[in-house]
Design a protein around this ligand. Structure first.
Ligand code: NAD
Ligand code: 6OD
Length: 484
């Protein structure tokens, strides 16, 4: 049986306890994972602290950036291993891991390596009312030891999205990947070693949240900042747990994202874009659209076309090239999604397609699949319209005016992403600016430029990462004022 270990101070280390890593496609155990105890988390934090005062702390920005480019090369060199590990852990289709997860992970290192070399900071020539003059300029310093806690849906992509800028800014990290998807974080340690990232700069502790590595890490007095991606209620628990130590936090949390489809859109483009926005990664992307608002005059045509798309998705073994819909991550998560399928019916939904579990007649029946599902007919107050489900499911509702669409889209405690589909550019700008979210796409979805701000409002998060926003989160700025 494969063993996945912690990575502390440049060494792969076992611990006293292990837990099973399960393949969501058929429920088989694929590896045993070492669970880090408090001692090992202490060792990882200490290793990171020591690394800051060692070679890593003395490296100039150019050399740091060069090593991060080598990490990117190390990911590319192990491309197939990363793809296989991500597919086995998550059940996502191999085509998706090869197109999105792994290429984006090396891109995360390349982009932030380049950005830190180019990054400038403010300076001001100062004249005070009493006639003195000074030069003010800011310098960037690492935060120190950064605790990185990540979810299971895009494991390597989301981990490197935080680790790359943290290292670019000169920090050392202790990462706690999701217990559901431990493999690629440990594999990344090999790329770190090859790239000459000194021991202790990148540490991995495996385990769970409460009473395990996640909690030990966030509450650790030696951790200077916490960056977290996951559920909003976990974010709230972490915030509470670390409040007394007053450290910077960056939270990328859940969503209940809306899409607005106007009658003047290119219908084929909108249906195809929203089929991705609803079903990509089996709906397990924080940016997925679970609420789709469609102008009434094209409502029936849109629902019919989206149903056709959903029914032509190829649900199957994740390792097969032709598969474009895999299972959900776990039995527990499938129970949650199926409980919303039941609730939708109780709340009065019309089932346009799906709403159940596919039958295969082979080992996939022990996996965690659900059907791609579309509902209509729910009131806006329904729990299925208000709560994040995080599965391949959406509710489609009609609207009669732009104002009504904006009001419905904004009627949520979340505020992560929206997509707007229209051929009227003025309307696209106007509606985009009315959205209470961190990210709005017009005539596209999940089209990323890593220099742009990324994050959410309300229950969807605190702060922004991406581009200079990442550099600013992962640095302390020291303003220096020199009397002239
Ligand atoms: P989760 O909150 O259950 O777990 C995320 C991580 O937090 C895991 O590593 C887990 O072990 C750890 N954790 C759990 N409780 C903890 C605690 N008390 N202290 C410290 N660590 C703890 O989330 P998940 O189920 O893995 O991921 C799905 C959720 O993540 C969805 O809500 C989704 O919308 C959200 N998400 C958001 C973004 C974004 O960018 N906004 C991206 C991806 C996923
Ligand atoms: O693209 C990104 O940088 C990013 N953080 C995506 C998040 C997706 C959520 O599941």
């Amino acid at each position: 049986m494969k063993s996945i270990q912690n990575y502390i101070a440049g060494q792969f280390v076992r611990g006293k306890r292990e837990f099973a890593d399960v393949n969501p496609a058929d429920g088989t155990v694929i590896a045993q994972v070492t669970e880090a105890d408090q001692d090992q988390v202490d060792q990882a934090v200490l290793a990171a602290r020591n690394a800051l005062s060692g070679e890593w702390g003395r490296l100039g920005v150019r050399e740091r950036a060069a090593r991060l480019h080598k990490v990117a090369e190390g990911i590319e060199k192990r491309f197939d291993c990363f793809v296989q590990a991500e597919v086995a852990d998550t059940g996502k289709p191999v085509s998706l891991a090869a197109k999105l997860d792994v290429p984006r992970s090396s891109a995360n290192f390349r982009v932030f390596a380049d950005m830190i070399k180019m990054a400038g900071l403010e300076s001001f020539q100062t004249e005070t009312p009493d006639g003195r003059s000074a030069l003010n300029y800011a310098v960037r310093k690492p935060l120190g030891v950064v605790g990185v806690i990540t979810p299971w849906n895009l494991p390597l992509l989301l981990l490197t999205w935080k680790v790359a800028p943290a290292l670019a800014c000169g920090n050392a990290v202790v990462v706690k990947p999701s217990e559901e998807t431990p493999a690629t974080a440990t594999l990344l340690a090999e790329a770190m070693q090859d790239a000459g990232i000194p021991a202790g700069v990148y540490n991995v502790v495996h385990g769970f949240g409460p009473g395990s590595a996640g909690e030990f890490l966030t509450q650790h007095p030696g951790v200077d900042a916490v960056t977290f991606t996951g559920e909003s209620r976990t974010g709230a628990a972490i915030m509470k747990a670390i409040a007394s130590t007053v450290k910077p936090v960056s939270f990328e949390l859940g969503g209940k994202n809306a899409a607005i489809v106007f009658a003047d859109c290119d219908l084929e483009e909108a249906v195809s874009g929203l089929s991705e926005a609803v079903f990509l990664n089996t709906g397990q992307v924080c940016l997925c659209a679970e609420r789709v608002y469609v102008e009434r005059s094209i409502f029936d045509a849109f629902v019919g076309a989206l149903k056709k798309k959903a029914e032509t998705l190829r649900i199957g073994w994740p390792v097969k090239e032709e598969t474009n819909l895999g299972p959900l991550i776990s039995a527990q998560h499938r129970d949650k999604v199926l409980s919303y399928f039941r609730l939708a019916r109780e709340e009065g939904a019309t089932v346009i397609t799906g709403g159940g579990v596919p039958e295969f007649g082979d080992n996939r029946d022990q996996g965690f699949y659900v059907q791609p599902t579309i509902y209509t007919g729910l009131p806006e107050s329904a729990r299925c319209v208000k709560e994040e489900i995080f599965g391949p499911v959406c509710h489609v509702a009609p609207f009669d005016s732009e104002d009504e669409a904006i009001a419905m889209a904004n009627d949520t405690k979340y505020g992560l992403a929206t997509s707007i589909w229209t051929s009227d550019l003025k309307r696209g700008h106007r509606v985009a600016q009315a959205m209470n979210v961190g990210i709005t796409w017009v005539n596209c979805w999940f089209l990323r430029d890593l220099r742009t701000p990324f994050g959410g409002v309300g229950l969807s998060g605190i702060g922004r990462e991406g581009g200079v926003h990442s550099l600013n989160f992962y640095s302390e700025l020291n303003n220096i004022c020199i009397r002239l």
